[in-house]
Design a binder for this molecule. Structure first.
Ligand code: ZN
Ligand code: ZN
Length: 214
């Protein structure tokens, strides 16, 4: 746990709630454009490349036990079509909502009115540190949820030809004639029969040579 790591207000994903003054009902709206952190997205599938702009729109609301953060992240994700393997871009819009509690909220009785089984989720609770909060884990979860596990370049992408690997979207009439294949197979058999005789002969000769060498 990074419980002792201090949040750095210069980190673009760290936000300051001091302006809300811990007055329940106080609201603050803000927008910020940040550079995407590393590995923002579904690794190896689709994501926002590191350093690309991510527009954040936030609404901070002071409530009794902390600050409720509601927002939207917008960016352009890049990946690869799972069917035809072509690179693709997709506009991403990820909504999120998260509660950042005052570290001392538990001592105030009021918050403890929640169902008992919430205690198990305590580890997952996010806290304000000196009035600051780190949006990064919230942003990461929201982006992963908003992205497709199986991105496609177009809904009806026909993928690749199973026989030759051609991209079928580029060539809708692409097909291999089954008759041609059989014919080619027959020709192949005929060809190998012809050359087979020669091969056997040369093989026999080679065998003789081998024995002679020994
Ligand atoms: Zn595709
Ligand atoms: Zn093909």
């Amino acid at each position: 746990m990074a419980s002792h790591a201090r949040l750095d207000h210069r980190n673009p994903l760290v936000f300051d709630t001091h302006e809300l003054g811990r007055r329940p009902g106080a609201l603050q709206r803000l927008t910020r454009t940040i550079d995407a952190p590393r590995d923002l997205g579904i690794q190896g599938v689709i994501g926002v490349p590191e350093g690309k702009p991510v527009e954040l729109e936030l609404r901070l609301e002071s409530v009794m036990e902390g600050v409720l953060v509601t927002g939207t992240a917008r960016a352009t994700a890049e990946g690869e079509c799972v069917r035809c393997l072509e690179p693709l871009e997709q506009e991403l819009e990820a909504d999120f909502q998260e509660m950042f509690s005052y570290p001392d909220a538990d001592d105030r009785g009021r918050v403890k009115a929640e169902p008992a089984d919430d205690a198990e989720d305590d580890e997952d609770r996010l806290f304000l540190e000196d009035g600051l909060f780190d949006l990064e884990p919230v942003l990461r979860d929201a982006v992963v949820l908003a992205l497709p596990m199986q991105p496609v370049c177009q809904e009806d992408c026909p993928g690749l030809c199973s026989q030759c690997g051609a991209r079928l979207a580029d060539d809708p009439d692409h097909h291999h004639d089954a008759v041609d294949i059989r014919w080619a197979a027959l020709q192949g058999i005929a060809g190998s029969l012809e050359s087979g005789d020669k091969d056997e002969m040369s093989g026999a000769e080679a065998g003789v040579d081998e024995k002679q060498e020994k």
